[in-house]
Write a protein that binds this ligand. Structure first.
Ligand SMILES: C[S@@+](CC[C@H](N)C(=O)[O-])C[C@H]1O[C@@H](n2cnc3c(N)ncnc32)[C@H](O)[C@@H]1O
Length: 381
């Protein structure tokens, strides 16, 4: 998909619309393109080099801007670009071996500043893909610090770090689309939805937790004017299609499932709570029902993620994560990635580090330091 982009900060995810003056250059788009077009017309490589050298100096030292290509006061048609990448592009033009090559690089730079190319499932501008260096594309996620900005807080025992929904929403949804979280907990996913301009609907079994989620979510500013809805219900039994219809939501474009890791944390006394399943098999059956319900309202061709860890009990490692993965594979969904994510000690284990190390040495096992995220795609076969 291609379109002209005339918005302020058009090329970087809106979530990232803060300006870091050391990292970013704010250019006057019209002026910059005009200057590049003039340089593109030059018919000597050395003249091109000379002019590009002047631009490079301006980018590095904005006070030298006698072309007016920078727009420090943010007036007019302004564009925020990552300074080091712009320098890289300009240097490539400067170092081009032939006139044709230099012109090709100029034309490519102009295109990347004026055209937006996105896929069907996100708003990432592929013409400036290098700027999204905080979007993870590897399967090993080492996230050392929890994002505690805005309404996010670590208050709910068993919540996930906001970076998880943040990564997925930016990669697998577009602004204005709908995200469903059938194990909402304290509302992390919906807070992220508000921050990124996605609509979100969550289901949570416990009414007390719904209250916590409501409080957390409303503490986040709604700058994109999106909708966030919470349903207080049992995700294993809920007719989501009907519930969404009541809310005037046709379907969703991404699912994120963060179920209890069976009984590792007991979330309530409620029998319908997955953390109260009496056996692994019962846990998996209940989980499977949630997958069926949630996937029914997911658009075909779209993605969903499951965040889950394993369990250690009575001298045995129980590969809960792989069991749940298998539950989904049985249903014919396509596994797109298995991600290993680190985690630090849970609150419960934090003060017992030494004790756990001793237990591990005695018991011949390893202490959990990771959990899994499975990414699936719904594809009609
Ligand atoms: C691991 S927590 C999710 C935490 C969430 N990602 C967050 O950041 O706060 C799992 C949540 O699922 C809820 N839950 C358990 N069984 C459920 C069911 N059958 N239907 C809906 N929610 C359920 C629990 O009450 C708990 O809040």
């Amino acid at each position: 998909m291609k379109s002209d982009n005339n918005t302020l900060f058009g090329f970087i995810d809106d979530y990232d619309n803060k300006i870091d003056w050391k990292k970013d250059s704010i250019i006057n788009k019209c002026k910059f393109i005009e200057v590049l077009s003039i340089i593109e017309e030059l018919d000597e490589k050395n003249s091109i080099k000379q002019e590009i050298q002047k631009i490079l100096e301006i980018i590095k030292e904005p006070r030298k801007d006698n072309f007016g290509i920078l727009n420090i006061s943010l007036n007019g048609d302004t564009l925020k670009v990552r300074k080091e990448l712009l320098i890289e592009d300009l240097t490539q033009i400067f170092e081009a071996q032939t006139l044709e090559r230099a012109k090709y690089y100029i034309s490519r730079l102009k295109k990347s500043l004026t055209e937006v190319k996105t896929s069907k499932i996100n708003d990432i501008n592929l013409n400036r893909w290098k700027e999204y260096d905080d979007i993870i594309t590897d399967s090993l996620w080492i996230l050392d610090k929890r994002d505690s900005s805005g309404a996010h807080n670590a208050g709910y025992w068993g919540n996930f770090i906001p970076q998880i929904p943040n990564q997925f929403l930016r990669r697998y949804t577009k602004q204005g689309e709908w995200v469903l979280d059938p194990f909402l907990g304290s509302g992390t996913t919906l807070i992220e939805c508000k921050r990124l301009g996605r609509n979100g609907v969550g289901v949570e079994l416990q009414s007390e937790v719904v209250e916590i989620a409501n409080k957390n979510i409303s503490a986040e500013e709604n700058i994109y004017n999106v909708r966030t809805e919470i349903i207080n219900a049992d995700s294993t039994e809920l007719n989501l299609k009907l519930e969404l219809e009541k809310l005037n939501i046709k379907s969703v474009q991404f699912l994120i499932l963060h179920p209890p890791y069976w009984d590792i944390i007991k979330f309530s006394e409620n029998k319908r709570d997955l953390s109260n399943a009496r056996s692994v098999q019962e846990f998996l059956n209940l989980f499977g029902k949630v997958v069926d319900n949630a996937c029914e309202v997911l658009d075909n061709g779209r993605y969903f993620a499951v965040v889950i860890g394993d369990k250690y009990s009575q001298g045995e490692w129980i590969p809960l994560a792989f069991f749940t993965m298998n539950e989904i594979l049985k249903r014919g969904y396509v596994l797109k990635s298995t991600i290993i994510k680190n985690f630090e000690e849970t609150k419960g284990k934090m003060n017992q580090k030494e004790l756990w190390r001793y237990r591990a040495l005695v018991g011949g096992f390893y202490i959990f330091k990771h959990e899994y995220i499975f990414l699936f795609k719904k594809v009609k076969k």
